[in-house]
Design a protein around this ligand. Structure first.
Ligand code: ZN
Length: 209
């Protein structure tokens, strides 16, 4: 089921997710809905907070670009990316390598806002999967970035928090402008990724209020 995506301004995005202690049918259903919602919105990652649930659960799929990483090890074993995608993960703990990389990032909770974000290139992530296994995953590139971005969400941290001090002034202005559009979309009760189909001759309801 495709779920509405929570937009910036909703306090749930600032809420640290509760650890998932057991993989129940509900958690599995939520994960399936999150994947469907992410694919529908053409995203590469989605955290539970973005569908309004503050728990430590996120999904990532970067398999559209097999060249986006230079290595992937799972429990010290080289692993083809396709074997791991889509990645549904619970209660992530991250360690980082020293080198950092700058890249443009977006977020489904910030439609049309893209910012340059500096993050560690390499990540070592300890994650629990839906089958209950806990794995240690090491990678770089877009997969590393996506895991870091989603793990931030699970801790109530947003990508705008990681914009450099110098770039923050311009970003704040862009954010203010976009937020006015988003507020209108929230008010009308539609998801920005799913514009409400308008019937022929239908008047804009908002204009009457
Ligand atoms: Zn995001």
């Amino acid at each position: 089921m495709i779920l509405p995506i929570v937009l910036y301004g909703d306090p749930v995005l600032r809420t640290k997710g509760k650890p998932v202690t057991e993989v129940t049918d509900e958690v599995r259903r939520l994960a399936a809905d999150m994947l469907e919602t992410m694919y529908d919105a053409r995203g590469v990652g989605l955290a539970a907070q973005q569908i309004g649930v503050a728990i430590q659960l996120a999904v990532v799929d970067v398999s559209h670009d097999p060249q986006c990483i230079s290595y992937l090890r799972v429990n010290d074993v080289d692993t083809p990316m396709a074997e791991l995608m889509p990645l549904v993960f619970i209660n992530p703990k991250l360690d980082f390598g020293k080198p950092k990389a700058m890249s443009e990032e977006g977020c489904l909770s910030f439609p049309d806002l893209r910012e340059n974000i500096r993050r560690p290139s390499d990540v070592k992530a300890t994650l629990t999967l839906l089958d209950g296994r806990t794995i240690v995953l090491e990678t770089d590139g877009l997969l590393s970035r996506a895991i870091q971005h989603e793990t931030d969400h699970l801790n109530g941290i947003l990508f705008i928090d990681r914009v450099s001090a110098a770039a923050k002034i311009g970003m704040k202005r862009r954010l203010r402008e976009k937020q006015e559009d988003w507020a209108d979309e929230i008010h009308r009760g539609i998801s920005p990724t799913k514009p409400k189909p308008r019937k022929k001759g239908e008047v804009d309801e908002d204009e009457e209020e």
